[in-house]
Design a protein around this ligand. Sequence first.
Ligand SMILES: [Fe+2]
Length: 214
Amino acid sequence: MADPVVAAPRMNSLIHRAVLRDLDRFGQALPQFSSGDRGRATGLGDAFDRLDRLLTHHHEGEEEHLWPLLRRQPQDAVEVGQLTEEHDRIVSALGIARTTFGRLRTSASATDAQEAGAAVDEVRAAAAAHFQHEERDLPELLAAADQEALPGAVRKLGRGQPLREALVFLQWVADGTDADQRAFLRSTIPPPVHWLSKRLAGRRYAAVTSAAWG
Ligand SMILES: [Fe+2]
């Protein structure tokens, strides 16, 4: 298996790719929503809940495990403070989006779909700006961190969620990847986890995806 610290920036980028992919799918689907399409409203709501959980877990993991190690130098502490402010912008955009998707689920109305679309646009703007910043500066911040403590912190990033959710995560992060990205995922996540993920989470993942955007 690949060294988790070496693999961390690329894994981070793959997670960011998955977030933006889902947000783009919402951005396409919501303006075209037909009033009264309850199956689609449920699918979109389920897909949003999944993205909301996975993105929230991703950022909470960074805040809890990684950021404390990256604040060693004063200038790095300022940088990490900016990353946290960007996380906060995403948290509040997600909170608004959560409310709009809840309404869409209940009403299945095109008006609520438009509102959800506007909320998704703000999540996307906040996420894209943050990801660009993080991907640019994370390698340098990691290089300046306590190298002894880093592997343990990086290993904790994907943990702390129920097994079922970890299996969903793998389906989600691998969705739409190319051969090179899939080879990377196989080099960082043990083969039995891939097998379990496909076996236990694959069908549900595909069903929600197709109900939302298929
Ligand atoms: Fe982040």
